[in-house]
Write a protein that binds this ligand. Sequence first.
Ligand SMILES: *[C@@H]1O[C@H](CO)[C@@H](O)[C@H](O)[C@H]1NC(C)=O
Ligand SMILES: *[C@@H]1O[C@H](CO)[C@@H](O)[C@H](O)[C@H]1NC(C)=O
Ligand SMILES: *[C@@H]1O[C@H](CO)[C@@H](O)[C@H](O)[C@H]1NC(C)=O
Ligand SMILES: *[C@@H]1O[C@H](CO)[C@@H](O)[C@H](O)[C@H]1NC(C)=O
Ligand SMILES: *[C@@H]1O[C@H](CO)[C@@H](O)[C@H](O)[C@H]1NC(C)=O
Ligand SMILES: *[C@@H]1O[C@H](CO)[C@@H](O)[C@H](O)[C@H]1NC(C)=O
Length: 325
Amino acid sequence: MKNPVYWVVLAGISIAFIQQGLPVRSQGESQSDNKQMDNITIRQGETLFLSCSQGDFVTHTAWLNRSSILYAGEDKWSVDPRVSLVTLNQDEFTIKIEDVDLTDEGQYICAVQTSSRPRTTSVHIIVQVPPKILNLSKDLVVNEGSNVILMCLANGKPEPAIGWSMLSPSDDSLSSDSEILEIPFISRNRAGVYECTAANEIAVDTQTVELTVNYPPSVSDGRDVGVTLGQRGVLQCEADAVPEADFEWYRDDRRIFNGFDGIEIEDAGAFSKLTFFNVSEADYGNYTCVAINKLGSANTSIILYGKFQWLLVSILISGFSFICF
Ligand SMILES: *[C@@H]1O[C@H](CO)[C@@H](O)[C@H](O)[C@H]1NC(C)=O
Ligand SMILES: *[C@@H]1O[C@H](CO)[C@@H](O)[C@H](O)[C@H]1NC(C)=O
Ligand SMILES: *[C@@H]1O[C@H](CO)[C@@H](O)[C@H](O)[C@H]1NC(C)=O
Ligand SMILES: *[C@@H]1O[C@H](CO)[C@@H](O)[C@H](O)[C@H]1NC(C)=O
Ligand SMILES: *[C@@H]1O[C@H](CO)[C@@H](O)[C@H](O)[C@H]1NC(C)=O
Ligand SMILES: *[C@@H]1O[C@H](CO)[C@@H](O)[C@H](O)[C@H]1NC(C)=O
């Protein structure tokens, strides 16, 4: 085995190189040699191989991270389990660092001591990290007319570019190239799914936010319905509202309930249906559908009229005129 004293000496020399950043000039230029290798760019989590050439008459060699020795020859000085020796022979000295992280970024130095002159090779390691969205606005429910601000914060290396876009319904006019998307005085057609994108040259991270815009009901004009006596009659009412409207039906000023007098009321989403199973003379009249949500209400009126009677009348009239001829 080698004498441990040599290692301490080597460490001293190497540290001197790093601290001064220069070969020890007093020993003469020909006595030592400093070389800077191209930067190495690596992604977080990958394995980094550090290799430097050796040559004849090498007495001592070491790989250093900043000023601490990782390997001195085949002796591991680093306590980091991710660091291990790959190759040490006359030609090369290679170590590897597994699962590289941001903290591993920086200058690594291979120091080689020969009988003639010491030399160092340094290499700058740059660690890249895929973007990650850290802080994102929560799904939002707002009333129409509110001012909305969506926020998206992300990290990564290089610094990711962050942007917002409206995903569904897709709307190119609603996008932003920053962490913040501001929608002043929001209207109902701005409701939907928004996407934040954080991208750097390694990867893209995306997250979505759902924006709900509440507004009061508006009802479509009711269509009057003609039904023959004894037949089924259906009155339909449609309301546009967020949140979905609740419906109420009235005959003139009197509220009508489900199951009342052979009448069924069925609500399904934006629609309400009032069904008469067997229309009687007394059912003909003026009905009002009222749609209500927490922001307001709207109504429309629908007339249920006797169809057959008008048909009968017209037959009678035409029969009468036929007789007259
Ligand atoms: C290597 O990386 C360092 C630190 O980021 C930088 O200052 C230097 O310009 C880079 N050199 C090359 C050749 O890219
Ligand atoms: C390199 O040195 C830095 C700073 O001391 C440390 O955080 C990092 O874990 C070291 N990396 C290795 C592979 O030794
Ligand atoms: C996200 O950002 C908000 C507003 O700046 C801040 O109050 C909150 O603490 C942040 N949350 C996290 C997890 O960083
Ligand atoms: C409808 O009502 C009339 C009068 O009450 C009744 O005579 C008739 O049988 C009913 N028809 C049906 C299908 O229930
Ligand atoms: C039906 O009732 C509504 C509300 O009571 C009223 O505004 C409307 O004029 C009525 N329609 C007819 C045709 O009488
Ligand atoms: C129907 O709407 C009108 C105004 O649009 C309102 O004056 C009326 O009170 C409403 N009727 C009901 C029953 O809600």
